[in-house]
Design a protein around this ligand. Structure first.
Ligand SMILES: [Mg+2]
Length: 160
C-alpha cells in the first residue's frame, strides 16, 4: 500500500513551503494542473498560484506542468506561468513523468510530484521513484470517473 500513500500533504499548492522543499533536497517540481493550480476546466489560476510559481522559479527550482488534459488550456496555463508542460500525460503511466524528468534535468530523488489525486499524481510519481505531495482538490466538481477514484481513495485512506 506504500504506493498509495503520499510522502507529504498540504491543503493547497500555495501552502507548500519552498523552504521545506529546499531543505529536504528537492530541486525539481512536477505540478498537476486540474484541481491543483486551477479549478477543474477553469482557465483562471487559483489565488496565489502565480506568485508561488514565480517564487519557486526565483529560488532556482525547476518546474513542469504535467496534465492528463490535452486542451490548449494546458499550454496557455504553462505559458502564463512560464514553465514547460507535458499534456495528455496518461498519469499514472510513467511516460509523462519520464519526459518531465528530462525537462527538469533533476535526479529522481530530488524531484517531487505535487497533485490532488492519489491514483494519478501520487501513484504515478511513486512508480518512477519520485517523491510525492498530495493536496486537497481545489473544487469537488470532477469527471464521473474521477468521482469513482475519489471514492476508492477514501476507502483506501480509511484502511491505512
Ligand atoms: Mg488534478
Amino acid at each position: 500500500m506504500e504506493r498509495f500513500r503520499a510522502d507529504h500533504h498540504a491543503d493547497t499548492l500555495t501552502d507548500v513551503s519552498l523552504d521545506l522543499l529546499a531543505s529536504s533536497g528537492v530541486r525539481g517540481i512536477v505540478v498537476d494542473l486540474d484541481n491543483t493550480v486551477c479549478a477543474y476546466h477553469e482557465p483562471e489560476l487559483a489565488p496565489g498560484v502565480a506568485e508561488w510559481v514565480a517564487a519557486a522559479r526565483d529560488r532556482g527550482f525547476a518546474l513542469v506542468l504535467v496534465s492528463n488534459n490535452f486542451s490548449e488550456r494546458v499550454a496557455s496555463i504553462g505559458a502564463k506561468l512560464g514553465i514547460p508542460v507535458v499534456p495528455n500525460a496518461l498519469k499514472p503511466l510513467p511516460f509523462a513523468f519520464l519526459r518531465a524528468l528530462k525537462l527538469l534535468g533533476t535526479p529522481r530523488a530530488a524531484t517531487i510530484v505535487i497533485g490532488d489525486q492519489l491514483f494519478t499524481d501520487v501513484l504515478g510519481g511513486k512508480l518512477v521513484g519520485l517523491r510525492t505531495l498530495l493536496t486537497k482538490p481545489l473544487v469537488e466538481k470532477d469527471f464521473p470517473l474521477t468521482r469513482v477514484l475519489r471514492f476508492l481513495e477514501r476507502t483506501i485512506a480509511g484502511r491505512t
